[in-house]
Unconditional design. Structure first.
Length: 185
């Protein structure tokens, strides 16, 4: 078994090791206003009900739209939308219709007012179910009410942010199901 010679590492850069989840595009709607934000700070919290936690900084325009509407759609793009996701993350929705600017298509959701993004691989309709740590940490806890995804490919090429403008593309998948004892994995 290999060992590693370790050195002090800047704690503000540890995201490089811990951020395994894909970059997502979060769409929101409050009254007649819609927006899209790029997000990498999310985590699955529970399987059933399906809960997802998301950190959205309070200065982000989507923060108030989502806080007020108590819902959003987490859209999962594939690598073909990498440049679009970066561009969305680098502009504000306060003065820009990001759907129009980036040529993305709004689709109606079944359970929320926020739009799905048609060009994304999957769409998760979410409602805000727990606000206990929202004010202190800007951490939203959503229940996924409905998921929309194609059957193939089973493992799409998503992209993951590692900090400093560097992304990792999802790659080889290794099936070790027979080695796991839990049916939930």
């Amino acid at each position: 078994m290999k060992t590693y010679k370790k050195h002090d590492f800047p704690v503000e850069k540890i995201r490089r090791f811990l951020e395994p989840g894909p970059i997502v595009l979060v769409s929101s709607r409050w009254k007649d206003e819609t927006n899209i934000m790029t997000m990498g700070w999310h985590t699955v919290l529970e399987f059933s009900p399906s809960l997802v936690g998301c950190m959205i900084t309070g200065s982000n325009h989507s923060f108030e739209l989502i806080r007020k509407s108590k819902e959003c759609v987490i859209n999962i793009p594939t690598v073909e939308l990498l440049d679009t996701a970066v561009a969305i993350g680098n502009c504000t929705g306060r003065n820009t219709d990001k759907f129009e600017k980036f040529g993305l298509t709004k689709e109606s959701a079944d359970n929320v007012q926020a739009p799905l993004i048609k060009e994304c691989f999957a769409n998760l309709e979410c409602k805000l179910v727990d606000t206990r740590i929202l004010n202190k940490y800007n951490f939203f806890i959503f229940e996924v009410l409905k998921a929309h995804a194609p059957l193939v490919p089973k493992y799409p090429k998503t992209f993951h942010y590692t900090g400093d403008g560097v992304f990792m593309i999802s790659g080889e998948h290794i099936n070790k199901r027979r080695k796991f004892k839990s049916q939930n994995l």
